[in-house]
Structures are given as C-alpha cells and as structure tokens.
Write a protein that binds this ligand. Structure first.
Ligand SMILES: Cc1ncc(COP(=O)(O)O)c(C=O)c1O
Length: 472
C-alpha cells in the first residue's frame, strides 16, 4: 500500500455528489459564447456580485497593490515577514470588520483572534484543539458537505447528526439536540461539542435568538464546546437580522457561568462576505487563552500570506469603504435571491423561506418518482446531465428527507441565472407533461461510462444505508 491509512481513508468525502457535480461541471462548463449548452455551475457558494467595488478600491489605492507604503516599497519587509501571530494591523482590521458586520453590537479583541488559511483551516484547527480521535461533535443536518473532510478526515473526530426536518423549517430543537447526544453515547462516542453554521449553509437562514439560547443552555448543561461558523454573517439581506452567538453570550452573561464563555468559539473567513475564497483568509475567535495559544501553534500549517494581510488590512481599515461594501453587498444579494425564488416559484418549485447566504434550499420533493434517496439521485443526474445545471442534492448535505437541493445564485451573471431558470422551467414543463424523459434518460445514462455510475451508486448506498445502520 502506497498511502498511509489516513491519506487513503474515504472520510474526505470526495466521492460525494457535491464534489462529483463539480467534476461534471469541469468537463462541460457553460460559456455564453463558446459552450452555450454546457453545465451551469450552481453548486458553488461563491460571491461574485461585488468585484467592481473591490476593483475600484484597488484602482484608487495603487500603492497598496504595488506593495508600497507612503510611496516607499515594502516588498522586502513583506517577503521576509513570517511571524505566525499575523500582522497586528490586519488582525485589528479583521476584528473591526467583524464588529461592523454585527452592527457594532459586540466588539472583538484582536488578541483572541487566530488567523488561518480560510474557514476550512479554522474549523479543522479548532476541532483538532478541542477533541481527540474517536470523540464527536454534534452538527445539525443538513450541513455543509465540506465538513466531513474538514472536521473528520485528519483529526479522526466523528460527526453525529442533529436531525432537523422540514416539519419546523429545519430549526434546531431541544429534543433533537438530546437525541443526537444519546445517539453518540449509544455509539460509545464522547461528545466534545456542537458545531453550527449561522447563517446556515445550506439552508440560508439565520439562527434565532431562541435557538442560540437553546444551544448555549445545552452546551452549558453538558459541559461541552460550541463552535459557531459565522462565515456567512455578512450575507444577511432580509429580516430577521443576524444575531451572533457572541451577542447572546454577552446578553446572558449574568445568568451564564463565566467558564461557558471560554467554551464558545467563532469561525470566520473573508471567502463569502468579501468574495475572496482564493485569498485564503479565515480566523478563529475564542475567549479561552489556551485555545488561542494552541490554535496559534497549529496555524503554522495554514498561514495567510503577508502580502494578502497587507493588502486587506489597508482595504478593511478604510472604514467608509468597508461600511458601504457591507450595505451594497447585502442589497445585491437580496435582488439575486429574489430573482431565483421568483423564477422557481413560477415553475411551481418552492424554496425554504430564507434571509441569508449565497444559495436557496429548494424543495423538489414533488419531482421525485418515489420518496427515496435513489429517486433524489435520479433527479439530480437528470438536472446535471439533461438540464445542464450543477446543483447539490440534499443527501450530500446529510439531509434526512429526500428531494431538497441547494441552488447557488451569486456565482454567475444575471443573464446566466436567467438562463438557468429558463432551463429548469422547460424541464419541469416537459417532466410533468410526459414520461418520455425517463426513457430518454435511461438511454442517456447507459451510454455514460460505467465507472462514474458505480461510484455514484456506491456513494448513494453508503449515504442512505450505511449512515442509518450506524445510527441504530
Ligand atoms: C459553512 C462553511 N464553512 C467553511 C467553508 C470554507 O470556507 P473557506 O473558503 O474560507 O475555507 C465554507 C465554504 O463553502 C462554508 O460554507
């Protein structure tokens, strides 16, 4: 065997439909002039709506991109900088940006911030610091498919689902939390904490104050940690407005044990709010000095480059720019979100009512041939190969109900989104008016290479049966 057990271990999840959809897109990407029948990528939570604002700022501040300060080159200084604590000016700019996004209702101390190469690294680092191999974190379903890789793969930590359903709009409840805790115990897994995304990926909803209080009470009672991944905190475009776990913690400090403060940690990143996933800028925020110290040591494996820190510290320290950007970004996301929701509604496809994120959680249960994950996969394959849209099936997010899909709306032009909506509309019309598609689709599938089919089939099998087996 060439690879180590860890490297070969499939908890990475790369054969999930979430990643397979990306591969299919790469083989046949839509391009308005060169490949107008190609697949439109709607499975990527990127924010491309405000590049013009970032580019204008760069044009107005040529010194920054040219690595100059007051006209003097700082190239050598940046090239040599390697303090793994990060540039103080950048950390200050980050905490102020985080506060601005939260309407300055809470403030953050830059000494409690650890820089990481994106939220991916922040999440893995936190899990590494808080749990040993074989211990568990509870996560509400549906959850971001990348978490199987980020939280489990290298750390050896397990994820136990907190099962949320459409019956209450996928909200977290006390019985669901308790059931997940009991399930972990039944599997002999020691629970070290709960991890939530707020706003939620893939639901696009913000957690309510009630849910946040419930979570705090739960982790308090169990003596465990709470990680709040707030990577989408700046994407909240409709009411109710965003409430950070840090706000609830401050508001309830009189009734909460003070040591609970040290068990609540935030993950953040500029990948979504600023639309810069390529810059790899993330952060951990924790009140616990031991966690901050351990995470800082760990951060050596995923530092943010000094030129990126320099550039973004100048950009984010421009208070007026940062303020306007946040407002304009929300406005544009709101318009896009409304466009997708309206377009889908016209075709009879509802979305979970949402107020945040770069995607909608779309209900296509009525388009399934049966209430199973196999039928969900069949529908997904049709949508990818026949309709030409890569969307993410709910099963890739560990949703317990077949028929839900995550559809992204901010990583393309308005015209492309319009075309995607047209494609869906004609698919729905054809599907409901004839059963021909099914036969045509079978023929289409049989001509595709069998390796892909078997890897998909294996994945569906593992997801729908294996996970359940383990939950019993
Ligand atoms: C909830 C959540 N956490 C973390 C990440 C990873 O983000 P980054 O690009 O900052 O590593 C994503 C990316 O989609 C995400 O949706």
């Amino acid at each position: 065997m060439t690879l180590s057990r860890k490297a070969a271990c499939n908890t990475h999840g790369q054969d999930s439909s979430y990643f397979l959809g990306w591969q299919e897109y790469e083989k046949n990407p839509y391009d308005e002039s060169n490949n107008p029948n190609g697949i439109i990528q709607m499975g990527l939570a990127e924010n491309q709506l405000c590049f013009d604002l970032l580019e204008s700022w760069l044009a107005e501040n040529p010194d920054v991109a040219g690595f100059r300060n007051g006209g003097e080159s700082i190239f050598r200084e940046l090239a040599l900088f390697q303090d793994y604590h990060g540039l103080p000016a950048f950390k200050n700019a980050m905490v102020q940006f985080m506060a601005e996004i939260r309407g300055n209702k809470v403030s953050f101390d830059s000494d409690k911030l650890v820089l990481t190469a994106g939220a991916t690294s922040a999440n893995e680092t936190l899990i590494f610091c808080l749990a040993d191999p074989g211990e568990a974190f509870l996560l509400p379903t549906p959850y971001y498919p990348g978490f199987d890789r980020d939280l489990k793969w290298r750390t050896g930590v397990e994820i136990v689902p907190i099962q949320c359903t459409s019956s209450n709009g996928f909200r977290i409840t006390a019985p669901a939390l308790e059931a997940a805790y009991q399930l972990a115990q039944k599997r002999n897994l020691k629970v070290k904490g709960v991890l939530v995304t707020n706003p939620s990926n893939p639901l696009g909803i913000t957690l309510t104050r009630h849910e946040l209080t419930l979570l705090l009470n739960f982790v308090d009672a169990k003596g465990i940690h709470l990680i709040s991944d707030e990577i989408y905190s700046g994407t909240v475009f409709n009411s109710p407005s965003f409430v950070s776990i840090m706000e609830v913690l401050v508001d309830r400090s009189h009734v909460m044990k003070s040591e609970l403060r040290n068990r609540v940690h935030i993950v953040y990143s500029l990948s979504k709010d600023l639309g810069l996933p390529g810059f790899r800028v993330g952060a951990i925020y924790s009140n616990d000095p031991m966690v901050v110290a351990a995470a800082t040591k760990m951060s050596s494996f995923g530092l943010v480059s000094s030129q990126t820190q320099y550039l973004l510290s100048a950009m984010l320290s421009d208070k007026e720019f940062a303020k306007n950007y946040i407002v304009e970004n929300r406005k544009r996301l709101k318009t896009r979100h409304a466009m997708l929701v309206r377009g889908l509604r016209k075709t009879g496809i509802p979305c979970l009512e949402s107020n945040a994120g770069l995607f909608c959680w779309v209900d296509m249960r009525h388009l399934l041939t049966s209430n199973t994950f196999e039928a969900e996969m069949d529908l997904w394959k049709k949508i990818v190969y026949d309709v030409g849209l890569n969307i993410s099936p709910g099963s890739s997010c560990h949703c317990v109900e077949p028929g839900w899909f995550r559809v992204c709306f901010a990583n393309m032009s308005e015209d492309t989104l319009d075309l995607a909506i047209q494609r869906i509309a004609s698919f729905v019309n054809n599907t409901t008016s004839s059963s021909e598609n099914i036969d045509g689709y079978s023929r289409h599938l049989s001509s595709k290479n069998s390796r892909r089919k078997s890897s998909l089939a294996n994945w569906v099998f593992r997801l729908s049966f294996h996970d359940r087996e383990r939950e019993r």
